[in-house]
Design a protein around this ligand. Structure first.
Ligand code: ATP
Ligand code: MG
Ligand code: MG
Ligand code: MG
Length: 468
């Protein structure tokens, strides 16, 4: 039986509602917590409750929370499972039920409500969490070879550098159980996909990295709606689910491309457009405006990436409002507020897009001059430095420069370009190994992954960063 993304959302919320969880609406993408740039998980609106700073009116809640994770931006369109914008389904206990109950219900909803065959499931636990291991083995009945102990990187969840945290246990879908239980590698995404994380939220991490037990033992969980849809709809990746594919189809139609026969590179661009358009539509719906600072800056970068990828697949005019229309239509049943913001969304996109197209136009002029100079000197190769400058200052993807170069029987020094890029990154990089969800952390990560000198960055406030 086919389950749409919307069916999956409803089934999740209904299951937990039947277990006395209050269904709460998604909070805004703009968190109340001033230290966090965007809502990155379903738990964020409940952070004050976990910390004991606010008393909840209920002991159990369930939500479908809009999330944005800029730290996953380079995975967008590349992996089968990562987005910037996604919905996280969650069930929460505020000092009420704990580990045993959360695991039992997590298994029940996966196998009974969604009907996933137990032999297709694998679970992970934090390596020191013998209790969780025993619950999976003895109470749920999972074969011990399919309970994988993992280190803190994967199985100790932090809501940020400081704040509520705890060991977690994740449920993975195994596309190929016939490959056997020897050497199970959960990182192998041709075989496994993580879809549900159960966090045993019981500590607070302070600035000195000390863990102190919270007054209550809490449960915080997250199931990726798009991932569950991928599994249940039996499509090759999240992007081909009914939650996103219509957006991709709209963009492909505008470009005159047939997705099913498109090459890999084109598919990646279409996926980036599919992902980012959803993100920007919801961001603007939540009253974020494009700017040179903070979350407004992220919005601007995402819109520009949409435009750039549009150019890469051969769209020359303005197209973002048309694609946004599809994303707005898709959001209507679950997020009626988005349609109400339709005019604002389209106006913002239109303004940003035309402004950016102008910037690109200036880049084109610069490139024309570079080409003319080169021809005069009988050169054949556009230098890496020039190509990087076009990329960095004028938003020209390398591919675009290469394309125009080829039209003029020239090539681009790609190695030189990559060298400049690396140098740039080296200058700007800070180690962000864990998900750093602080305001500056998210911006730094985004800076690393898209376009670096726009972000003067680490010492100067972003407000002064050069953008054009
Ligand atoms: P992964 O290891 O695949 O990057 P994660 O461990 O970082 O996922 P969690 O922080 O545990 O993810 O988030 C809970 C759930 O939210 C995940 O199990 C997944 O289903 C979903 N999720 C997390 N990040 C993304 C994303 N970038 N795009 C889509 N879904 C996501
Ligand atoms: Mg991740
Ligand atoms: Mg993970
Ligand atoms: Mg996880």
């Amino acid at each position: 039986q086919y389950l749409s993304g919307s069916d999956i959302r409803t089934k999740f919320l209904d299951f937990y509602a039947s277990l006395e969880h209050s269904i709460l609406p998604s909070a805004s993408l703009v968190p109340e917590d001033p230290t966090v740039l965007l809502t990155i998980a379903g738990m964020l609106p409940f952070k004050p409750i976990f910390l004991g700073q606010r008393t909840p009116e209920f002991k159990r809640a369930t939500t479908s929370q809009k999330c944005i994770r800029t730290n996953d931006i380079e995975n967008v369109g590349v992996t089968k499972r990562h987005h910037t914008f996604f919905e996280m389904l969650g069930n929460f206990s505020f000092g009420d039920y704990f580990k045993e109950q959360a695991i039992a219900w997590g298994w029940e909803i996966s196998t009974k409500v969604f009907g996933l065959p137990p032999e297709h499931l694998v679970v992970s636990v934090f390596e020191e969490d013998d209790e969780a291991f025993a619950i999976w083995r003895d109470q749920v009945g999972v074969t011990p070879t399919r309970i994988i102990r993992m280190g803190a990187d994967d199985n100790f969840w932090n809501s940020g550098p400081t704040g509520p945290c705890g060991p977690c246990s994740e449920i993975y879908y195994d596309f190929h159980p016939e490959r056997g239980d020897d050497n199970i590698d959960l990182e192998d995404d041709t075989r496994f996909i993580e879809f549900y994380n159960l966090v045993f939220m019981q500590y607070n991490r302070d600035a000195e990295d000390n863990l102190t037990p919270l007054a209550n033992k809490n449960i915080d969980t997250g199931m990726g709606l798009e991932r569950m849809a991928q599994i249940l709809q039996q499509v090759p990746n999240n992007y081909e689910t009914d939650l996103i594919f219509p957006i991709i189809k709209t963009a492909a139609d505008i470009a005159g491309i047939d997705y099913s026969t498109a090459d890999e590179k084109t598919k990646v661009s279409l996926k980036v457009i599919g992902d980012h358009v959803r993100a920007v539509v919801h961001m603007i719906a939540d009253e974020i405006r494009a700017s040179n600072t903070g979350r407004g800056y992220i919005l601007r970068r995402l819109i520009r990436r949409v435009v750039r990828h549009g150019r890469l697949i051969g769209i020359s005019g303005e197209f973002t409002t048309q694609v946004a229309e599809t994303a707005i239509a898709l959001s209507e049943s679950a997020y009626p507020g988005v349609r109400k913001r339709e005019d604002a969304i389209k106006a913002e996109l239109q303004r940003e897009e035309s402004q950016f197209l102008k910037t690109l136009g200036n880049g084109e002029k610069l490139l024309d001059k570079i080409i003319a100079d080169l021809k005069q000197q009988n050169g054949a190769v556009i230098s890496g430095k020039n190509a990087f400058d076009l990329y960095d200052t004028h938003g020209f993807p390398l591919e675009l420069t290469q394309e125009i170069a080829a039209e003029n029987n020239l090539t681009v020094d790609e190695e030189g370009f990559l060298y400049e890029m690396e140098e740039q990154k080296k200058r700007g990089r800070e180690a962000h190994e864990t998900i750093d969800l602080t305001v500056q952390g998210s911006i730094d990560k985004l800076a690393e992954s898209i376009n670096v000198t726009d972000f003067v960055g680490y010492t100067e406030p972003v407000a002064t960063a050069k953008i054009e």
